[in-house]
Ligand binder design. Sequence first.
Ligand code: IMP
Length: 435
Amino acid sequence: MPNIAIIGGQWGDEGKGKIVDLITPAFEIVARFNGGHNAGHTVIRGDRKLVLHLIPSGILHEGVRCVLGPGLVIDPQALEAEAREVEALGIDVWANLIVSDRAHVLLPHHRALDLMSEERKGSGKLGTTGRGIGPCYEDKAARRGLRICDLLLRDRIDAKVAAIREHFEALCRGYGVTRDLDWKKTADDLEAFGARIAPRVRDVSALLHREMVEGYSVLFEGAQATLLDLDHGTYPFVTSSSAGIGGVVTGLGVPPSRIDGVLGIVKAYTTRVGTGPLPTELKDAVGEGLRERGGEYGATTGRPRRCGWFDAVVARYSARVNGFDGIVLTKLDVLDPLEEIPICVGYRYRSTRLDDIPADVTIYEDCAPIYENMKGWNTPTGDVREWKDLPPQARDYIKRIADLVGVEVPLVSVGPDRDASVIDLNARTSSWLRA
Ligand code: IMP
């Protein structure tokens, strides 16, 4: 099996968790390259629903090794709490989880800063997950951050925590606020955590290199999505990591030549949590219907997701930035009862037509979608398992999306269960999905 990357093609929550879970049996290693516990990957197993935030969903498959790469920010408490949840399913998490020595450690003050910064922005807030992700990446970029490799030495922890505290308190003074944090406890907890995970800490780039040379296959699991990518997303309404394909290279230490294929995951409509532009947003009963049928509530924060029609400009942009070989279209069944389904094929900005995403978010916010109407199929698709059994209007809808985005659709998902998946056996990339 080639090494394949799974990348979100919209604003996150496209259903990457299910697709990773579905195809993991064909891989020996699943490696996450960006973000932290802001992600929420929902996996359904029979009547059990598990939401993973940090640990790759590959962990549910026996013998598959799961890697947290250097590009991640890891909250020790969140990681250990999640590991306990997975262990409750009878899975030996620590036997198969590998943590990068270069990943950054997310500390309690990062959470405090995230909340403070959102509060200060008032109506201009980003709508972050409040997990401290942005401030942790800020410390990383400012070269103040604490990394997993630092946790093995108490002196190092103390020195770094002291420098981080000094900076945090200077910020608080500037903001005119006080935040009393127990820094001694933070350092003690870090030392204890460092000792516990030491046996699972590795140079991830070297490990992946060795394994790939041996012929093992790696699934690169993206968190968040292209439109939330720090460089390529709708800045500043983005997360603070590289959620697109570039993140595989920087966040794992894997050369581009080792990425054999890229699959984009896109929903059959569009959703977004948090603030920022969403041209096809439906603020009416139709949008409410998508939210209810699609269960569109944040897996991490429980916030209602904003819902709208499929935006082909967004998907085409993502396909270009990431070099998608194919797109997996998820949650097609959510559109089942609709008589008519608009697809956004371009934007109108004042009197100009735009066929790409503008860099300036104020221009993007003023863009109106140009729609093309497709016929709905008005038939349940949740039980469909073969391409030929999809209603003709659904096949037309998928084909139109493939044409507009310029890449094939090897799989559509028609429900949360693993087997609620319809593969187009004629698609070149479908072999990557048949584990
Ligand atoms: P942060 O990553 O918590 O800093 O949040 C920045 C933006 O990214 C906010 O709009 C969040 O709602 C969004 N975001 C972060 N993680 C996810 C995710 O896993 N799915 C969807 N949106 C996300």
